[in-house]
Design a protein around this ligand. Structure first.
Ligand code: ARG
Length: 457
């Protein structure tokens, strides 16, 4: 492609280190779409003849069919997907293929192809997140009143509803969706026509190519357009944060599936056995989601470090932008699908959850709240009285709501029998009706609102 200046060809090592075709062949659809938009614009601008443009377009369409059928051939000497397509086009239609690269460089070409790919990845992640949210909301609706222990410091804190707990993840994934949408909106500018770095002297219609490829507008600065990989970083950062949320959910599922918790039975289809211990059911899929999150964070780190020292404009280091993005996108897609299956098909042991919620004096705060409300005691004092009641319950070896009224009244005479109405786990969750609180009625409202946002009703 550049033979004119050289006396000798590249060595085998040069060819190998230079070749991106093993991974950038994944961009073949975007590359051909970009070329078709470019040649149509060149014809409309009278830069190539209508007849040549038609020949080129038909050739590109034939290549697309070929690749869809047979895959993309991998020839290192052709370096990358852009050269591979152009070489094939030359084989098919002859020297007229050489007109396609008028007013274009691989620098604006690859920036355009990659943006198209990443933009699509944002859409795929969003759709997969919506499926996971739908699973969460469905299970939350089933369990709006199922009581489980809520934890802080992994110590039993206050009773919550399982539906409320599941909806906490719904919210995280909602923020992830907004990050992907935000990334998508920011990358919605077309670099094509920026050429190598400085723009071109040909009179292009960059709005036309941008529109043909579904971009909102062309990029405004040719140097930035060919040097920028923020769009890939934006995607990876959104993916990392999403992976972090998936990892936290996976971690909880792993804990919940362990015998000491016994909250959940993961579906057979997403569990594994042991080759030696016949009784085992291991949460491998959840563990791999947790593990994959680490790799996805590694991908964003890799591209950050690749980009951080590069002068304007294009440097070949930037060819290394694709493997981390492709890797992260693949891992994220699998992780989202695995967690969706786990949420949708796990069996919750609500009896066990409720049993554990009754341990650890989880309704102690309700006693303190009752003292504030029924006896007008300042909260700090009520907290102190309740602490003494908890101590007495521990001494007696009973739960707080099993203490005799006489025991409670010995601690504070203002306590009367009405207090027992506040100390059950049901009363505790039912009382938490503040907006965003765990009360079943609040959870039902949030489930309904979420279902509406997801278009499920
Ligand atoms: N394979 C290259 C990449 O992925 C395409 C751009 C090559 N540009 C260049 N000036 N050598 O980045």
């Amino acid at each position: 492609m550049w033979g004119g200046r050289f006396a000798e060809g590249p060595s085998a090592i040069m060819r190998e280190i230079n070749a991106s075709i093993p991974f950038d062949k994944a961009l073949w659809r975007e590359d051909i779409a970009g070329s078709r938009a470019h040649v149509a614009m060149l014809a409309a601008q009278d830069i190539v003849s209508a007849a040549d443009a038609e020949t080129i377009d038909a050739g590109l369409a034939a290549i697309a069919e070929e690749y869809a059928r047979d895959g993309v051939p991998e020839d290192w000497s052709l370096e990358d997907i852009h050269m591979t397509v152009e070489a094939r086009l030359t084989e098919l239609i002859g020297p007229v293929a050489g007109r396609l690269h008028t007013a274009r460089s691989r620098n604006d070409q690859v920036a355009t192809d990659f943006r198209l790919w990443v933009r699509h990845a944002c859409e795929e992640s969003d759709a997969a997140l919506a499926r996971l949210q739908a699973a969460l909301v469905t299970r939350a609706g089933e369990h709006s009143a199922s009581i489980m222990p809520g934890f802080t410091h992994l110590q039993i804190a206050q009773p919550v509803t399982l539906g409320h707990h599941l909806l906490a993840y719904y919210e995280m994934f909602e923020r992830d969706r907004s990050r992907f949408a935000d990334a998508r909106a920011r990358m919605d500018q077309c670099p094509l026509g920026s050429a190598a770095l400085a723009g071109t002297g040909f009179v292009l219609d960059r709005d036309a190519t941008a529109a043909a490829l579904g971009f909102a507008q062309p990029t405004r600065n040719s140097l930035d357009a060919v040097s920028d990989r923020d769009f890939a970083l934006d995607y990876l950062m959104a993916a990392s944060q999403c992976a972090l949320h998936l990892s936290r959910l996976a971690e909880e599922m792993i804990l919940w599936a362990s015998q000491p918790f016994g909250f959940i039975k993961l579906p057979d289809s997403l569990s594994t056995g042991s080759s030696i211990m016949p009784q085992k059911r291991n949460p491998d899929a959840a563990e791999l989601v947790r593990g994959h999150a680490g790799r996805i964070v590694g991908c964003v780190t890799a591209l950050m470090v690749t980009m951080k020292g590069l002068p304007l404009a294009y440097s070949k280091d930037m060819q290394d932008d694709k493997p981390p993005v492709f890797e992260a996108a693949g891992l994220l897609e699998l992780s989202l699908a695995a967690m969706t299956g786990m949420v949708a098909d796990s069996a919750f042991n609500t009896a066990r959850m409720r049993q554990l919620a009754e341990q650890g004096h989880a309704t102690a705060t309700d006693l303190a709240d009752w003292l504030v409300r029924a006896a007008d005691i300042p909260f700090r004092e009520a907290h102190h009285i309740t602490g003494a009641a908890v101590k007495r319950a521990d001494e007696r070896g009973v739960a707080l709501d099993q203490l005799a009224l006489a025991d409670l009244q010995a601690i504070d005479a203002r306590i009367d029998e009405r207090v027992f109405g506040a100390l059950s786990v049901e009363a505790s969750v039912a009382a938490r009706t503040s907006y965003g609180g765990t009360a079943p009625e609040r959870v039902c409202e949030q489930v309904k609102a979420a279902r509406e946002r997801l278009g499920l009703e």
